[in-house]
Design a protein around this ligand. Structure first.
Ligand code: F6P
Ligand code: MG
Length: 458
């Protein structure tokens, strides 16, 4: 197997005590695994189905994670998946002088490996092959965001009536910026963060007032360039959205997609979901149906039925007309950086890159996608975006990342900005006391965001 493009900068690793990698590998992952085990137990007791040794397999993964039975990360066992060989080749390539463990390995690789390993437990258990072990959590969280869902549905219905009249380009731009903003901040709430976020905090991250307040927290803002790309009527009107989380975030992405279609800015929207349960809350193809049925169910969302029914009928109409498409690829659940979106790219990267040729704007949602764009490497935070995305800067694809910062890597900051943010964080009394850099936590909090763009022509 040929090797992926290498990055000149070292990755964040789980033994970097000043990194979010360190905390998340130790505090979050075991909690996430506990949630999966609890979910299986609940399904077994509610449905009376046999668990076929699944719980013991998951318990073993947890013991490995905690370093109790086996410290060293072993190659994944063959479960019939085409991606297994690639995961194992990457394990070899990314292992340095000492064997890789969950405690010292690269954050991006070990996290993807863990989710793939959990999936393997299900894939090899009879009756559980197709089971989405995060579905219950995703649905519960969506239900708890009712007030923000309704607020947006009202806004969208009122707007779409206006869109049928003669709308100036300047007005469309204003709306485009607003829907981008909504979709951006919709990412502030992903379920892997909910292990530490209360429901009140969740709701305060949503809603119009919160969004306006957050505007000043967008550290890199290339929305003007994205607007120029999307409003270019000389190009075929396809827009791609590489999805992140289901529930409220997917709902905001869908509203943005409806706006693009209603306004004529796009003729087709291609969504790219994950093919397997991923990072707790990520969208799978089935989540499109879940979204529509949740919005259409008066028992799920009780208020403002007219607006919600209108929305779900629009989604169904565009889906059946082939204007909203869900397109799967195994590439999105490899551990590879998006630098493999290239000719000859591994793990399906070549095919996706080829497909994206037809798109006038490819939007990457969320934190994990952003980490993969920049190889999750320890770039100095003033590194230009075009440097940190390596070959993507000249990949001849128009890429736009909408990301609230929930991890270590951040690039494109002006000189002095990082110091200012760290100072602010400490003065707000939120120091990360266990690290050597108490101001570091601003980058993990989801309160700041970046929206960098490239036309791929560097
Ligand atoms: O540990 C937190 C984390 O799992 C990060 O690894 C990841 O980048 C993020 O949460 C997921 O966020 P998002 O859903 O925005 O990709
Ligand atoms: Mg996610």
């Amino acid at each position: 197997m040929s090797a992926p493009v290498a990055c000149p900068v070292a990755p964040y690793c789980n033994d970097d005590t000043d990194s979010f990698a360190y905390t998340s590998a130790r505090a979050r992952w075991p909690t996430i695994l506990d949630g999966v085990i609890a979910d299986v137990k609940q399904t077994v007791s509610e449905k009376g189905v046999a668990e076929d040794g699944l719980i013991a397999k998951l318990e073993k993964v947890k013991q490995e994670l905690l370093g109790l039975v086996e410290l060293v990360i072993r190659p994944l066992e063959d479960d019939g998946g085409e991606d297994i060989a690639l995961y194992n080749a990457e394990l070899k390539r990314q292992t340095g002088a000492v064997p890789m463990t969950y405690a010292n390995g690269p954050w991006l690789y070990t996290e993807c490996y863990l989710y793939r390993k959990i999936y393997s437990c299900f894939k090899t258990s009879k009756g559980w092959e197709e089971y989405d072990f995060f579905a219950r959590q995703k649905l519960d969280a969506f239900k708890s965001s009712e007030s923000a869902v309704v607020e947006l549905a009202i806004r969208y219905k009122a707007l779409s009536a206006q869109l049928h009249g003669d709308v100036s380009k300047a007005s469309l731009e204003v709306l485009f910026r607003e829907f981008i903003d909504i979709s951006l901040w919709g990412n502030a709430t992903d379920l892997s963060l909910l292990t530490t976020l209360s429901l009140d905090q969740l709701q305060s991250l949503q809603g119009a007032a919160a969004r306006q307040k957050s505007e000043k927290n967008i550290l890199v803002n290339d929305v003007g360039k994205a607007w120029a790309a999307v409003s270019d009527t000389t190009k075929y009107g396809r827009v791609d959205i590489v999805l992140d989380n289901a529930g409220f975030e997917f709902y905001t992405d869908m509203i943005f997609a409806l706006f693009l279609l209603d306004s004529g800015l796009a003729e087709t929207i291609v969504f790219h979901p994950k093919s397997i349960p991923w990072f707790v809350s990520d969208v799978m193809p089935v989540d499109l149906g879940v979204l529509v049925s949740s919005l259409s169910d008066p028992a799920f969302f009780t208020k403002n039925r007219e607006e919600l029914d209108y929305l779900s009928s629009q989604i169904m109409k565009y889906s059946s007309d082939g204007k909203i498409i869900m397109r799967q690829s195994p590439f999105w659940t490899t551990s590879l950086a998006f630098w493999e979106l290239r000719e000859g790219g591994l793990g399906g990267g070549h095919e996706v890159w080829d497909d994206l040729r037809a798109s006038k704007l490819v939007i990457f949602k969320g934190d994990l996608n952003h980490r993969k764009l920049v190889y999750d490497a320890k770039w100095p935070r003033t590194t230009p975006w075009a440097t940190a995305i390596g070959p993507l800067a000249s990949a001849k694809r128009t890429l736009f990342s909408l990301r609230t910062c929930k991890a270590d890597v951040v690039v494109g900051l002006a000189e002095g900005k990082e110091e200012e943010l760290e100072k602010f964080w400490i003065e707000s009394g939120k120091s990360e006391k266990d690290t050597g850099r108490p101001g570091i936590g601003w980058a993990w909090s989801g309160k700041w965001a970046v929206m960098p763009f490239t036309d791929g022509k560097e």
